[in-house]
Design a protein around this ligand. Structure first.
Ligand code: PLP
Length: 231
């Protein structure tokens, strides 16, 4: 089987899962964006997925993404940064990412504001929320969310478009996604444009859709296993 055929079958399966989850949740599948997480996979795979109709892609490392996106400059595609971002990478990430989904600290907000101002651009961002408050895994703890959102709201360079979360390990994911939904619903009182809920991956996208996810981030189920050496 060719790689294209393999990706076509995987994509059909993922789309069917999304459709079924939406039907169960009585939601319109058009509300749920499929974001293909292409980290560790070559640009050629992105090109094939694009040929199969996908337009939204995510990477988690600045250096890898920058090289990959440069190879794909001819494609009309949206690129999201979903990995931990160091402040000294703020300018670099702006060269390839259309949205930063992993904003989780005031210091990172300030670095992105400065980089965007220097480049004269506006930047869409999501706040990555830490549902269990485990700082080691990144993300803004839920109690700190209003302050971080306000800081983004005060800048003219950044636009807060919503939240992203990874379900904590060893806990029923639905519970985590319910907490996330509550947090973003409160956030929308002051930030009405924060409409994106990026939640759900290959293993838990059904639970995430049941809890209002508008963006599922799928790597393995589309592209296959990343192997043991990769995150
Ligand atoms: C790798 C990654 C994903 C995709 O995970 P899969 O389980 O392979 O679907 C989603 N979100 C983030 C932030 C990731 O780093």
């Amino acid at each position: 089987m060719s790689r294209e055929e393999e990706l076509r079958l995987n994509l059909a399966e993922v789309r069917a899962r999304i459709a079924k989850a939406c039907e169960t949740a009585d939601r319109d599948p058009a509300e749920v964006t499929l974001l293909a997480v292409t980290k560790t996979f070559p640009a050629s795979d992105v090109r094939l997925l694009h040929g199969l109709g996908l337009r939204d892609f995510a990477e988690n490392k600045d250096q890898e993404a920058r090289a990959k996106v440069a190879e794909l400059g001819d494609l009309d595609a949206n690129w999201r940064m979903v990995g931990r971002l160091q402040r000294n990478k703020a300018r670099s990430v702006l060269t390839w990412a259309d949205r930063i989904d992993s904003v989780d600290s005031a210091r990172l907000v300030d670095a992105l504001v400065e980089a965007a101002a220097k480049n004269g651009v506006h930047l869409d961002v999501l706040i990555q929320v830490s549902i269990d408050g485990d700082a080691a895994r990144g993300g803004c703890p839920v109690p700190d969310l209003p302050d971080l959102a306000a800081r983004i709201g005060r800048s003219s360079e950044l636009r807060l478009r919503g939240v992203m979360a990874v379900a904590p390990l060893g806990r029923y994911p639905g519970e985590a996604f319910a907490l996330l939904k509550g947090a973003v619903t409160r956030l929308r009182d002051d930030h009405p444009d924060a409409t994106v809920i990026s939640a759900g991956m290959s293993g838990d996208l059904e639970d995430a859709i049941a809890w209002g996810s508008t963006c599922v981030r799928v790597g393995t189920a589309l592209l296959g296993s990343r192997g043991l050496t990769s995150p």
